[in-house]
Design a protein around this ligand. Structure first.
Ligand SMILES: [Zn+2]
Ligand SMILES: [Zn+2]
Ligand SMILES: [Zn+2]
Length: 124
């Protein structure tokens, strides 16, 4: 296995094994020994393109990554909610929670960036 493959497998395992969405910095923290910053960016991009993970912009503007649970290899389908805790800063993916929007006809949704801020289960 090449270094890149090892790094990619490791990064995917970290994201899939996490109950919260992870920032680039948090991923870097756990992969220090196998890859550098730039490699992590490249691998994260590739995993997003392969529909293995998705990007979430947190309320503070920081990009986070979470595993895709319901996406197929041909399409990302995301209409779920992300919960951002104002106390601990953790971002949780709720794949089973969605909001039904009542948009005027001819408005076609392609992507949701839905982040709700509040206090998480651990902090409440
Ligand atoms: Zn996805
Ligand atoms: Zn919290
Ligand atoms: Zn998500």
């Amino acid at each position: 296995m090449s270094r890149n493959t090892i790094a990619k497998t490791r990064i995917l395992e970290i994201i899939q094994g996490s109950s919260i969405a992870l920032t680039h910095a948090a991923i870097q923290e756990q992969t220090r020994d196998v890859c550098d910053r730039v490699t992590i960016y490249r691998i994260l991009d590739r995993l997003v393109n392969e529909n293995e993970i998705h990007r979430i912009v947190n309320v503070n503007g920081v990009v986070n990554f979470a595993a895709c649970k319901r996406c197929s290899h041909s399409s990302h389908h995301h209409d779920h909610i992300h919960f951002s805790c104002i106390k601990c800063g953790e971002l949780t993916c709720f794949e089973d929670q969605s909001i039904d929007l009542n948009l005027p006809s001819k408005y076609i949704i392609q992507e949701y960036q839905l982040t709700v801020a509040g206090i998480c289960g651990k902090c409440s």
